[in-house]
Design a protein around this ligand. Structure first.
Ligand code: 5RP
Length: 256
């Protein structure tokens, strides 16, 4: 959803306050709608929106939450779970034939088919493991995140987690595929060197021109397999995950 004229007339401080209140409202609504008191296993994603998800869960009180275990997607959410006094558990300790009841997470961009770009916080691999282990995945996103085509509002590129030894080769392959200026994500301000993920890997951000809706028939455009730089979400996801040295990609498939 684009900012309306009245929203864009807001001061920087007012816009920031609007974003925060939208994140909080979305998070509290999501917990109200999708967390059932009978649930036992709950996935907790990463990012600033998820902070409000954990706040909303903690506000339900120990009568409800003490029967639940919470599964993080990285160090940030691990700390959030602990700080809220919730029971921490790890996805590797859940039997492989068992599922989380629900997982809550944020997103960097969401298209109309509910395909997502995730990984702005470099947690995409663990996020995808937790998301795909859940019976229901709830994406909590404020009004800035919705766009007709992925790559429209999130211009930094698709986050791709790579083995450090393969980073240069993956970069070369991405350039050959038509990604514009793919690059290894660098460290936090004042910290030299690349960001190293919770898995000891690097993140490459690979911009592509806005991706098409996942069905060619809906977009009305034939192909979408990278010819002329045009990709469908499905074709690009398949191509990226098959690059040797890529551990996981920040494209999450929606309802298609
Ligand atoms: C982290 C993620 C986050 O969910 C995504 O970046 C959204 O973060 P925020 O809620 O701070 O906007 O994918 O890897």
């Amino acid at each position: 959803m684009a900012m309306s004229t009245s929203q864009s007339a807001l001061s920087v401080e007012e816009q920031a306050a609007l974003v925060e209140s939208s994140k909080k409202a979305a998070a509290f609504q999501a917990v109200k709608d999708y967390l059932e008191s009978t649930f036992q296993h709950v996935g907790i994603g990463s990012g600033s929106t998820v902070v409000y998800v954990v706040e909303a869960i903690a506000e339900l009180g120990a009568d409800i939450t003490s029967k639940m275990s919470f599964y993080p997607t990285g160090e940030q959410s691990r700390q959030l779970i602990l700080a809220a006094g919730l029971r921490l558990a790890y996805i590797q300790d859940l039997p492989p034939d068992a599922s989380l009841d629900v997982a809550f997470d944020g997103a960097d961009e969401v298209d109309e088919d509910l395909n997502l770009i995730k990984g702005g916080g470099a947690c995409l691999t663990q996020e995808k493991i937790v998301a795909t282990s859940a019976k229901k995945f709830v994406c909590v996103a404020d009004f800035r995140k919705i766009s007709p085509r992925l790559g429209t509002s999130w211009k930094k590129g698709i986050p791709i987690e790579v083995l450090p030894m393969a980073a240069d080769r993956v970069l070369a392959e991405l350039k050959a595929m038509g990604s514009l200026n793919p690059r290894v994500r660098s460290g936090l301000p004042g910290k030299a060197g690349p960001i190293v993920t919770d898995n000891g890997m690097l993140i490459i951000d690979a911009p592509f021109s806005p991706l098409l809706l996942s069905k060619d028939t809906e977009s009305g455009i034939e192909g979408g397999d990278g010819e002329d730089g045009i990709w469908t979400v499905d074709a690009l996801a398949q191509r990226l995950i098959n690059i040797v040295g890529v551990a996981e990609i920040g494209l999450f498939h929606g309802k298609n």
